[in-house]
Design a binder for this molecule. Structure first.
Ligand code: GUN
Ligand code: FE
Length: 444
């Protein structure tokens, strides 16, 4: 019986082993098979390297070895107008910039070029798993799937559904929307590569008729697929939902009434959800993707993340490109910390009389959400999020001493200092290698 070929990576390992709880191995050694499965994680201060069995050593010296980031919510087509339109609130931003731009993705050639740049940029910033919205266009959606596959990122990818309240170019018939979604699912599932997962992706309630939502829920159940959408992002959006669905008590209830809330559902924003709505999310085991850059940029509001976590709701982080203006999950982490400071200062959205004084989120807590938290939202907690034997090796190699580093380190900086400097001051220049399931997918 042939033994698996094991590569051992040596470096300063930092990963999250619980909410707010980091493990730091100053002299860490992570072993992984060729298939990318983690075989061991050792502390070389505790065990002699000569007693460990492996076939090849990759010595990253004093560099940090971190789990890859999970971006729980990004719009691949919106990358090409990143940073534009940040002066508008959600509904005006959608009509002025987003819808006209997404219409261009009817052209597959244009999609191929823009999607290649988008996915490359996410990966370069250390996002090893990304949950993407594409557009309504089936052929361009397949193009995105092929690009994510060839670049080697772990991708949750959705064909967007829109059969009401959109511009004519972005309006599908209900039948076509469901048929194309079925084709899209088949296309992704037929790939050998299980790094790719098709996601049911109704844009948001105003964009999808009841009939379409019912049909999409059926598809999600028939194939056990995840569901992603937007929920309770903006106060004018919520007023619109009330007009569209007077039969439901809340925005969250609309998704639930149509069968779209279950343990594989994760909803972006959820800023203004009432305690009843949050209880519904919790009971359905649906997750929240916190997108603080977008929430600030589109003046949507400030989510109280700690309250959601205390109530038992799964929370991950998202860039929400390009409601948020960067693909960087380091930025998502920083804005998560800043949003939590506003909450602690009493400036959160949707305050309730029973609210308690919150403490801000620590860097370790925000890092947990950006890695393990996101993995939980996508039901990938048994595969990724941290370095645990049996999981798959999605790893970043971080060097604070690259020539063009935006940060300096000093002799007195220990591993945790260096880690914090990377989180708050570092950027893609410091991310020298990105691995997905043990395969090098980016190198500077
Ligand atoms: N709600 C519906 N569509 C969108 C979108 O593209 N971005 C954001 N942030 N919210 C939405
Ligand atoms: Fe979004």
């Amino acid at each position: 019986l042939a033994m698996a070929f094991i590569t051992a990576y040596k470096g300063v390992v930092v990963h999250s082993i619980g909410f707010g709880s980091l493990q730091v191995l100053q002299r860490g050694l992570i072993g992984a098979t060729e298939a990318g499965k983690i075989e061991f994680v050792h502390d070389l201060d505790q065990i002699d390297i000569d007693t460990i069995a492996f076939d090849k050593l990759v010595d990253y010296g004093n560099k940090l070895l971190l789990p890859g980031f999970v971006d729980g919510h990004a719009h691949a087509p919106q990358y090409s107008f990143l940073g534009i339109g940040m002066h508008l609130p959600l509904l005006d931003w959608l009509n002025t910039y987003t819808f006209p731009h997404e219409a261009k993705f009817a052209d597959v050639v244009c999609a191929r070029s823009m999607y290649t740049k988008a996915v490359s940029r996410h990966v370069r910033n250390g996002t090893t798993t990304c949950s993407y919205f594409a557009t309504i266009h089936l052929d361009s959606c397949k193009e995105l799937v092929d690009i994510v596959e060839s670049i080697g990122q772990r991708g949750y990818i959705g064909k967007v559904n829109m059969d009401r309240n959109a511009t004519p170019e972005l309006t599908e018939t209900t039948e076509q929307s469901l048929a194309d979604t079925a084709s899209f699912i088949e296309y992704v599932l037929e790939k050998e590569d299980d790094l790719l997962t098709p996601v049911i992706t109704p844009r948001f309630v105003p964009s999808t008729t009841s009939e379409l939502m019912y049909g999409l829920a059926e598809l999600s159940h028939a194939h056990s697929l995840p569901v992603q959408s937007h929920l309770s992002e903006n106060t004018n959006e919520i007023l619109w939902i009330r007009d569209l669905h007077p039969e439901c008590n809340s925005y969250t209830e609309v998704y639930d009434a149509h069968g779209l809330l279950h343990e594989r559902s994760y909803m972006a924003h959820c800023i203004w959800c009432s305690s009843d709505e949050r209880a519904l999310l919790k009971n359905k085991q649906s997750a929240i993707i916190h997108c603080p850059n977008s929430n600030f940029s589109l003046t949507s509001g400030v989510l109280n993340v700690r309250r959601c976590l205390r109530e038992g709701i799964k929370v991950g982080l998202g860039s929400d490109v390009s409601g948020g203006y960067t693909t960087s999950m380091l930025d998502a982490l920083r804005n998560t910390v800043i949003a939590s400071k506003l909450i602690a200062l009493g400036h959160g959205s949707n305050k309730e009389p029973e609210d308690i004084q919150e403490t801000p989120l620590s860097y370790a807590e925000a890092f947990h959400l950006a890695t393990v938290g996101g993995a939980e939202c996508l039901n990938l907690q048994d595969k990724i999020g941290n370095f645990v034997p049996g999981k798959e090796l999605d790893m970043l190699v971080v060097d604070l001493q690259v020539d063009d580093s935006p940060v300096d380190e000093f002799e007195h900086d220990d591993a945790l200092n260096r880690f914090q400097k990377f989180l708050f001051v570092g950027d893609d220049r410091n991310i020298t290698h990105v691995y997905v399931r043990g395969r090098l997918v980016h190198e500077r």
